[in-house]
Write a protein that binds this ligand. Structure first.
Ligand SMILES: [Zn+2]
Length: 419
């Protein structure tokens, strides 16, 4: 760094410090400035834990009774520092995100079959099927053999199933849970297989389903007619979701999509909140007396990491954490629901190097615009959650879930032939 730049930065620190001191004097406001050393700048945030307050308590460990429902939350690209910066931003250093208050924590190794650094298709395949596969393969092992997923065995046990994502429904993570393709880019085949999988609820950007059925990625009458024929209700808004009682539904929430690499994208631009969708989806799925399996994915945490946009990552992780809170609230009430929160890999090599108190300027740095191979955190709540303590492999996750809900060792079974 040049001396002049250094002096400028010193100057900005001092100014920011004075500003923060002024704000603290004003109202005890907690201010966090993210100073981006490499590629971007972002605004200050506030979050507040009044001085002298204890950190929020962890949610309790529940007794190990039978587990009926499983909710698996996946924040694509979420590493430890994404969690840390979101906490600092919204709750301050002594606060806690909802996911951080879950009583059991673990660390997950994420390498794929052919690379020490995974991508989402291989990462999700491991978490869905218990098998490592090569990067960019979804729901199959490297030999292209389809492997049963935890979602499919939960469905076949009579439970309701659903997936929610803030990207395309056919994107790698949902694909790996209910489709089986050697290449994640084969989105029309994935769309077909997702429809055939008969999930009760599939919500995200449904453009590939519209394209498959009606020839256009925009909403079109032919696609809607064919969805109706297949027994799927089609909805495109939170209001419609709140009204719907349909046993099978496809939700097309296209503005939830956060895949574009643009600093202009803000989480406020959404028309629907992941938390609202999650809450209503749990309501619908929990009507099944056998229980349910729900996978909820936040994609913006990966998108923002690729674009090296800390503000975007932090906003999306907060939105994700609010959705997690919905899952925890249900699980606290019902006492028979396992909630797991984790990630497929870290994105960006996010870190921070300076964090002056009380100025609280945080100097954020990124190692890359790609994924990294660092372990990712896992948080668990519900009966038997303690089995997720410690260091595990991503392939252990579906095996642990199956054992906890009392299902057979599905990863040892061949996939049932398609009729
Ligand atoms: Zn990615």
């Amino acid at each position: 760094m040049k001396l002049k730049d250094f002096m400028l930065r010193r100057g900005s620190f001092i100014l920011a410090g004075m500003l923060a001191a002024f704000l603290l004097a004003l109202g005890g406001m907690y201010v966090l400035n993210l100073e981006i050393t490499r590629r971007d700048k972002t605004d200050a945030y506030d979050g507040l834990l009044p001085a002298g307050e204890d950190t929020p308590p962890a949610y309790p460990l529940l007794p190990n009774g039978p587990v009926k429902n499983v909710i698996l939350f996946i924040a694509d690209g979420m590493g430890i520092n994404q969690v840390t910066l979101t906490r600092l931003t919204y709750y301050g250093p002594d606060g806690r995100l909802h996911l951080e208050r879950m009583p059991v924590t673990g660390l997950v190794n994420t390498h794929s079959a052919n690379n020490l650094v995974t991508e989402s298709a291989a990462g999700a395949t491991a978490m869905a099927s218990g098998f490592k596969t090569n990067n960019r393969m979804a729901g199959v092992t490297p030999d292209s053999i389809p492997r049963v997923s935890i979602l499919e065995v939960m469905r076949d046990s009579g439970r309701a199933t659903g997936m929610i994502t803030t990207t395309d429904i056919t994107d790698a993570t949902p694909a790996a849970f209910a489709a089986h393709v050697p290449h994640r880019d084969d989105t029309l085949t994935i769309a077909r297989q997702l429809l055939d999988a008969r999930l009760n609820l599939l919500i995200g950007d449904a453009k590939d389903i519209l394209l498959l059925l009606g020839g256009s990625t925009e909403e079109n009458p032919e696609a809607l007619r064919r969805l109706g024929e297949m027994g799927y209700a089609y909805i495109d808004s939170q209001e419609a979701l709140d009204r719907s009682d349909a046993p099978y539904l496809i939700g097309h929430f296209k503005r939830m999509v956060t895949r574009e690499y643009s600093s202009r994208i803000r989480s406020e631009d959404e028309t629907a909140s992941l938390a609202d969708i999650t809450r209503r989806s749990i309501e619908l799925l929990s009507r099944n007396p056998q229980g349910f399996f729900l996978m909820v994915e936040e994609e913006g945490t990966d998108t923002g990491g690729h674009a090296n946009l800390p503000r975007f990552v932090i906003n999306r992780l907060k939105a994700f954490d609010d959705a997690v809170a919905e899952g925890i609230e249900f699980a606290m009430r019902e006492k028979n629901t396992l909630v797991i929160v984790t990630s497929d890999h870290e994105t960006g090599g996010l870190t921070f190097e300076e964090g002056e108190v009380p100025a609280r300027d945080v100097e954020v740095d990124w190692a890359t615009r790609l994924h990294t191979g660092q372990m990712v955190p896992l948080f668990a709540f519900g009966p038997h959650a303690a089995r997720f303590s410690g260091v595990m492999d991503n392939t252990d996750i579906p095996k642990k879930i199956a054992r906890i809900v009392g299902l057979a060792e599905f990863w040892k079974m061949p996939m049932a032939p398609k009729n």
